[in-house]
Design a protein around this ligand. Sequence first.
Ligand code: SF4
Ligand code: SF4
Length: 504
Amino acid sequence: MALTFKGGVFVGERKRSAKCNIEYFEPKSVLLPCGAHSLSVGQSVACGEALGEDAEGIIWHASVAGTVKELLERNGRPYVRIERDESGSEICPVEPAEKSLSELSPDEIVEKIRLAGIFGLGGGRPTYKKLMAAIGRADRLIINCAESEPYASADHRVLLERPEEVVNGAKILLRALAIRAAYIGIEENKYDCADAVDAVVGPGELVRVRMLKTKYPQGSEKMLIHAITGRELGAGHSPEEVGCMVVNCRTCAAVFRAVAYGKALTHTVVTVDGGAVSRAHNIQVPIGTSVEDILEYCGVKKVDTVVLGGAMTGRRVEDTSTPVISESSLLCTSRRQRVRDGDNCVRCGKCVTACPMNLVPAMLYEACRRKNAKKAQKLNLQSCIECGACAYVCPARLPILEAVRSMKEPASETACANAPQTELVAELVEAQTDEKKDGAQEKDKMTRLSPKEQKKKRADTEYAGVLSAVDQWAEDAGMDVKGGGEAASIKELAGAFEEDEKNG
Ligand code: SF4
Ligand code: SF4
């Protein structure tokens, strides 16, 4: 039975990119953060060479071999522009592990991950910090391959094409954590990934697959932990506090390359999709490649909206010279201008049902819009995981997520005021409306049936509806609908369901 959480929405998959193999693209130049300016213009650098370390202890590496062309500041942080040359010189900043995994100490693994500059490829803290915090506290390692954002398929392709890197990375992390249970969470729309993992994982291995229901935001840390372990992660708490460490599957692959081959994190896989690209792509690019270069590679000639990070949670890119960083795994494009926001809540309550954090988004929106911080705190603003499910279901098209973000991050109010996803959400909603139209055509067909046939068809449909209600109820109650578990027969389940309904 697929695991899941309460709330959330079905946003439609729109994953045509899932069938696209990873391509490789090297731009003429990259723009990289570099910690501090210890470099000089004209200096030659090799791919993988350390460029500097920032105050947080994050080491930045050159993602191409070439020459330093410019030192600059962006948003108060030092950056370096490197022009690529054809030398192809590469440096491995980490000593590749010569000993077997069981001989490596947790400290050695942490240090290798730090030196390789591995940063959460699904977002979040530097991996070495996450690992240090989890050592001695986590008893479960969860590898996130849920990828519930519409359009996104970078994780899918990496797991499908490089399953051994992900599985071996998971084993390295298990060794560092000194635990024996890792679960790869995969949504039901990626059974091919589960097969790929099964093909490299032997029987009785410590890394196992857990299938998850295809639902948004299944890929959120909190939802994933709840679906796989049943543990609740409260607002403001980190996974290790409930005994878990969660890493993205691409981070796992990077950990493997760092420990086994001494390679720094220099490249990332980006899905490019949306209305402005004729063909979807999954491209491996050096970190620091500009959005502009990626769009040009994909043959995009005209684009009105570019969103980095996904239709539901991403942010609009105003300046296409913006470089992609390690966590930028999705670039969505649209040929439409910003959709006008609505302004009146119609009190339908859909956002409340959709919110996976049990908040009341309609009230939260009102408090944030009026800049009433006290009320927003009372409504648990800090618990909002910024998934955007409320904005997606809202029939009034209220910019709920933007309002919440501007309240949470007043300093970046201008960035938040730019709609992150309204155009793309509008496309998704339209696609679902088309699916509903297909349903209406089905209804038309019904009216052409004889009264007897109509009666039979309705009875069948109603029966299917009852069964799916029972299925849902059984899943919520943690029972196995398919049999082989606690409650085997659908009759027993239906009886228990009716009893439960009667008791309210
Ligand atoms: S209020 Fe926050 S957590 Fe709830 S659905 Fe909206 S964005 Fe997601
Ligand atoms: S979904 Fe939109 S219109 Fe409906 S209650 Fe929530 S905010 Fe109001």
